[in-house]
Design a protein around this ligand. Structure first.
Ligand SMILES: CCCCCCCCCCCCCCCCC/C=C/C(=O)SCCNC(=O)CCNC(=O)[C@H](O)C(C)(C)COP(=O)(O)OP(=O)(O)OC[C@H]1O[C@@H](n2cnc3c(N)ncnc32)[C@H](O)[C@@H]1OP(=O)(O)O
Ligand SMILES: Cc1cc2nc3c(=O)[nH]c(=O)nc-3n(C[C@H](O)[C@H](O)[C@H](O)COP(=O)(O)OP(=O)(O)OC[C@H]3O[C@@H](n4cnc5c(N)ncnc54)[C@H](O)[C@@H]3O)c2cc1C
Length: 710
């Protein structure tokens, strides 16, 4: 084994003591490997440090890949696209955190153009193209073009408008973004200030930014790339303000990309972390009486006639928010991807990393064997699977609601809003915290950029804010919960994910029958405890709001909003647990696959129960003894997961390129990779750093002079 400490130390000492090394030298350790020839390197690379871990798996990993991806076809396509990206040097990303903002942005443009070239050359399907974009793994204008601009036109444009604009967008003859948020308002969409005033004389809308705070601020792709935007503005016609509507506005020339007259725009500046979301040109945009033809108002939901008359179709006005609902739904699926990446890195590295416990010169303990490591890591592993399955279900719900809307059935609109908003909020908050936890689980090395975790965190954390601040979204869920509770008295039966509230008589007084740790493996026991907790928290909030008799309901809601947030979280966690339980009830092929998913489902549910024990106890759903039994069972489940942990992350089927982490490498050969990576840092291009002669040498010499005078 290479890890003979003394060799490494010798090399290091020799290296650092030589002030005259040339630029772009290789470190001695690497030289030593090279001098032994590529054969040796190859042999090293083929060592699978995780082979022993993989051998202990008690299930068929290939079949688990199918369960994770959703189908054999999905595994196959994802595999092909991941390899296509990983093998293409243009998609290299290991140097990303070292690029300047300008270099990073240009690199993003290059990757997007190259991706499009490959999509066209290889005649990729929409499914393949989307996967390719995901594996390129660099936020850029294409995300907003495909993810929001196109869906906004599809959802809010008339057939003629779709016919005119979509072919241009599909062929990238125009590039679009979604310009809603302003400097002064993001969460409060109804508070936006940009105006679109109809001028019947010319049959045009005049788009204008009347105040500084009305400047569009944040839209991705707006800063430098987009030629067009769907702009949300207050529609004013016949002297009346009809509120927020969408308009297609050209921003830049299609000839030379310069801003059109009356349009001021640019990038809003650097963002959190190195690399990360800085590849995106989030932008600022102001309009000075910019005129657009009337038919560039998105007119599917409401129209302005030639005479300037406002006509609203007989549909709920919230359909205007449809693009946000669509993206929130896709963000839940993305959460399981980000979380599974972090967990994959932390599990593999925890199996490689050893600390303490060596006896009689034997091997030290793998940190994955520490119970504390398991109790921090395995719930995150279980959450990745939980989010994956609830994401699949949410995608089904979204498709179902969309079909109903097409048939003018709006009955499930509220359910779609509550589920997308609530699941987006809970899954992104958990994922952001979990990535940071995985960094800590990897000890010091997790803090290095080469671990991939700092950039993953920095790129992911704004998901808690964009597409709706998570607190604002959870309060939307809470409002719907309160509405549902208030309707129970009138005998109205709740439906969909709120249906359990119809069992109010039973759930308000039931007592859990759990009397042993194993009883917590019964899905009915889990389901009942989660339903009772969620319902009781919601009812308590409703009672507290109505008991504040002197207050208006809105004021009571405001007073109780911290409790309402917790009630909303409890409701959403119930949905996640329920969908996981439903998943493991299905037929799942493959040796041991169902058993593993069953274990992970129990880990997820009992971990939430343990973490929120206060809720379960305060609402009287379980006793302290039952809480302790749940924790006892959780410990047993961790022991069950332990031999399968590495195989469970292998089932995500991520390439080393996509993971982008020296700690998460498939072969577990972490130390040479860490060592080699360090030398690539631009700071190591010279042995004596720039600035030595200016700042270090004079300082040292000055001190030496002072000492010599003493
Ligand atoms: C090569 C190509 C390959 C293909 C690639 C494909 C790419 C796909 C990739 C996708 C990747 C996407 C990348 C994502 C990047 C992120 C970019 C970020 C973008 C943004 O952030 S856009 C801006 C987002 N902004 C927000 O989310 C704002 C949040 N605020 C709101 O949503 C609202 O203001 C509000 C909901 C908080 C409040 O609204 P309002 O004031 O109107 O109303 P009320 O609270 O009074 O509610 C009134 C009633 O309306 C109901 N309601 C509210 N919202 C909805 C909704 N969305 N749907 C249905 N119903 C809704 C309420 O429940 C109320 O009902 P009630 O019955 O009257 O009580
Ligand atoms: C990386 C990134 C990309 C983005 N991309 C786009 C884009 O492409 N297009 C676009 O239009 N927008 C985009 N946005 C904007 C984004 O949608 C908004 O920032 C987001 O909706 C939050 O709104 P805000 O900034 O106004 O937050 P604020 O509402 O100002 O939030 C500030 C604080 O106030 C709290 N708060 C606000 N309202 C309430 C309330 N009613 N009750 C209790 N607490 C409250 C929040 O919880 C938060 O803690 C992007 C943002 C980011 C960070």
């Amino acid at each position: 084994m290479w890890r003979g400490g003394s060799n490494t130390r010798t090399c290091k000492r020799r290296f650092f003591s030589s002030p005259t090394r040339s630029r772009h030298h290789r470190p001695p350790y690497i030289c030593r490997l090279h001098s032994r020839g590529s054969q040796h390197l190859k042999a090293m690379a083929e060592v699978d440090h995780l082979a022993a871990e993989r051998a202990t798996a008690r299930f068929d990993v290939e079949e688990m890949k199918v369960a994770w991806a959703g189908s054999r076809h999905a595994v196959h396509v994802a595999d092909r696209m991941a390899r296509l990206v990983a093998s293409d040097p243009v998609f290299r990303k290991d140097n990303r955190t070292m690029l300047s903002r300008k270099e990073l942005f240009k690199d993003t443009l290059r990757k997007a153009a190259h991706a499009w070239k490959r999509i066209v050359e290889l005649r990729l399907t929409e499914e393949e193209a989307d996967l390719l974009r995901q594996y390129v793994d660099q936020p850029g204008y294409v995300d907003l073009h495909w993810g929001m601009f196109v869906p906004a036109i599809k959802g809010q444009g008339t057939e003629e408008q779709q016919h005119k604009w979509l072919p241009l967008a599909y062929k990238f003859q125009i590039i679009g973004c979604y310009a809603q948020t302003e400097l002064g308002h993001g969460s409060n969409v109804q508070g936006l200030e940009t105006t679109a005033t109809f001028d019947p004389k010319t049959d045009e809308f005049v788009i204008h930014s009347p105040t500084l705070t009305s400047s569009k601020w944040w839209p991705g792709g707006l800063g430098k790339a987009s030629t067009h935007a769907v702009v949300y503005a207050r529609l004013i016609t016949e002297g009346k303000d009809y509120g927020i509507h969408g308009f297609i506005v050209q921003l830049r020339s299609l000839e030379d990309h310069s801003p059109l007259p009356g349009v001021t725009l640019g990038d809003i500046g650097g963002k959190f972390g190195s690399g990360a979301y800085n590849s995106m040109d989030n932008g600022v945009l102001r309009f000075d009486h910019v005129r657009i033809p009337r038919d560039q108002m998105l007119m599917r939901l409401s129209q302005v006639t030639r005479e300037g008359k406002y006509v609203h179709s007989n549909v709920p006005k919230q359909l205007l928010y449809g693009t946000m609902v669509y993206v929130r739904q896709s963000i839940v699926a993305d959460a399981s991807k980000a979380l599974s990446r972090a967990v994959c890195i932390a599990v593999r590295y925890s199996a490689v990393r050893k600390q303490f416990g060596s006896q009689d010169g034997g091997p030290e303990t793998q940190v994955l064997n520490y119970k504390t490591q398991q109790s921090r890591l395995f719930p995150l592993l279980a959450s990745a699977y939980a989010f994956r399955f609830v994401g699949d279900w949410l995608n089904w719900l979204y498709t179902d609601v969309t079909q109903k809307l097409e048939a003018k059935d709006f009955s499930t609109l509220q359910e779609a809003h509550a589920c997308t908003a609530g699941l987006k909020a809970v899954t992104t908050s958990v994922t952001a915290d979990a990535i940071e936890e995985c960094r800590k689980l990897c000890g010091g090395h997790g803090y290095l950029n080469s671990s991939g975790l700092p950039e993953l965190f920095a790129v992911y954390v704004p998901a808690c804010t964009y597409e709706g601040d998570n607190v604002v979204l959870l309060l939307q869920v809470a409002r719907i919960l309160m509405k549902t509770v208030s309707q129970l008295a009138s005998g109205k039966q709740p439906v969909g994910t709120m249906a359990y509230m119809g069992k109010v008589q039973y759930l308000m007084q039931c007592k859990s029958a759990v009397s042993s740790a194993e009883d917590w493996l019964n899905p009915d026991a889990i389901q009942e405890a989660f339903e009772a907790r969620a319902l009781r928290m919601a009812v308590n909030c409703a009672q507290n709001i109505s008991q504040a008799a002197s207050q208006e309901e809105a004021a009571g809601f405001y007073e109780r909003s911290p409790d309402l947030l917790e009630a909303a979280v409890a409701h959403i966690q119930l949905i996640i647990v329920t969908k996981f339980i439903e998943k493991v009830h299905q037929e799942i092929p493959g040796h041991g696959v169902k058993e593993q998913l069953q274990a992970l489902c129990n880990v997820y549910a009992l971990y939430i129960l343990h973490k929120h024990l206060g809720d379960f106890l305060a609402t009287g759903c379980i006793t302290p003894r039952q809480g302790a039994l749940a924790n006892e069972q959780l410990g047993k489940l961790y022991a069950q997961v332990r031999p399968n942990a590495v195989a469970l992350v292998d089932a995500f089927n991520y390439t080393d390129h996509y993971l982008g982490s020296v700690l998460g490498r498939y072969d577990g050969d972490v130390y040479p990779a860490l060592y080699e990576e360090a030398w690539k840092d631009p700071l190591n291009e010279t042995v004596v750093p720039e600035g030595y002669h200016e700042y270090l040498r004079p300082l040292i010499k000055q001190q030496q002079l002072k000492l010599s005078r003493l």
